[in-house]
Design a protein around this ligand. Structure first.
Ligand SMILES: [Zn+2]
Length: 345
């Protein structure tokens, strides 16, 4: 009960100190528009819910990222909504873009170019197959390579029967883990984020071998190819932005690697779409002082984080907060947007 009161008091004080006196513009963050069997990172919005959300958005001033950045630079931030997508999934192109185009709503797509047109899925999809699908796993995981030392005891929780699968399907990675199998998933995810790409691939291979499961790539999990990116960029409504090459947790890497990841990504995208890249989104929202320096050195005007708050007038262009859009239906989405735009929370 005390927590409930504390939460309410902190909400009201936020509204009074910040929300009511600001224009409460907000940048929406999407990842995938698809029906996902497992979604521990809450990256999916179903195509049906996305359609409903777009209908709701038509009631609000939706502006392009470029307009938003200009408004912020000129100190004229107005009550507005910006739509962004991270990573570059194919489902953005086939499930989201037609709906946005029909509604005439602008959006920005931040692309991790190391995945462009490749038969390579994001590691989270591999971890879903390894840890969250039924069947037993060995009781102990022990990894000892030159760079990676890792061990974990699953013990008797190495097995999931058919029944608890539902529980697994609704599990969210940053909430408490119902069994050791999810705890191990989280530990491995933490490790992967900080690895360079070659070691990431090596680790995934080790994990597949250990699990006895066969690596299968679901085409639905792939990212856009060059032609799809070109197609996207030729529509004046849509902007392409950067999201690094290999999608590393930038702040875990030295500054020269950070700069290389950002520059190579920008260069690749500019060559493909034949127009300048203006900004980027940090993978996992992770950045430090060196990251911001690298963004400036790469000639970008803005960068988005995954921090969950509205944008205030004095916001830095290099740490723009966003709102993670969940798989809400139209009514739930509207409620969330209203809170954000009217009350600033
Ligand atoms: Zn990402």
């Amino acid at each position: 009960m005390n927590n409930w009161i504390n939460d309410r008091v902190s909400l009201i004080s936020k509204i009074l100190t910040k929300g009511l006196w600001n224009s409460n513009a907000t940048i929406l963050m999407y990842h995938r528009v698809a029906d996902l069997k497992y979604d521990p990172w809450l990256v999916g919005v179903s195509p049906e819910n996305f359609e409903e959300q777009v209908q709701v958005m038509r009631e609000y001033p939706v502006i392009s990222m470029q307009q938003f950045v200009n408004n912020l630079k000129e100190g004229k931030l107005s009550r507005s909504v910006v739509i962004t997508f991270d990573d570059g999934y194919k489902d953005n192109f086939y499930n989201a873009v037609p709906v946005l185009a029909k509604a005439g709503l602008p959006a920005t797509f931040f692309i991790a170019s190391g995945y462009t047109g490749r038969q390579k899925q994001f590691w989270a999809n591999d971890l879903d197959s390894i840890f969250l699908t039924p069947g037993p796993l060995p009781e102990r995981l022990e990894i000892n390579t030159k760079q990676i030392q890792f061990s974990y005891d699953l013990g008797e929780e190495n097995f999931i029967s058919k029944d608890p699968i539902k529980q697994f399907q609704n599990w969210i990675a940053w909430e408490s883990s119902p069994t050791k199998r999810q705890s191990l998933y989280v530990e491995v995810a933490r490790l992967i984020k900080s690895l360079p790409p070659e070691q990431e691939e090596e680790l995934l291979e080790i994990l597949y071998q250990w699990s006895g499961k066969k690596k299968m790539i679901d085409p639905a999990n792939l990212m856009m190819n060059e032609n799809e990116l070109k197609g996207l960029a030729t529509d004046g409504l849509f902007e392409i932005g950067g999201h690094t090459v290999s999608h590393p947790e930038l702040s875990a890497f030295p500054s020269n690697i950070q700069l290389e990841e950002i520059r190579e990504n920008v260069h690749f995208l500019e060559t493909v779409i034949n127009r300048p890249i203006q900004g980027m989104a940090y993978p996992y929202g992770a950045y430090n002082k060196e990251t911001i320096q690298a963004v400036k050195m790469a000639g970008l005007q803005y960068a988005c984080t995954t921090q969950q708050k509205p944008t205030y007038k004095n916001e830095s262009l290099y740490t723009l907060p966003r709102l993670r859009v969940r798989n809400w239906n139209g009514a739930a989405f509207k409620k969330r947007i209203e809170l954000r735009l009217k009350l600033g929370v």
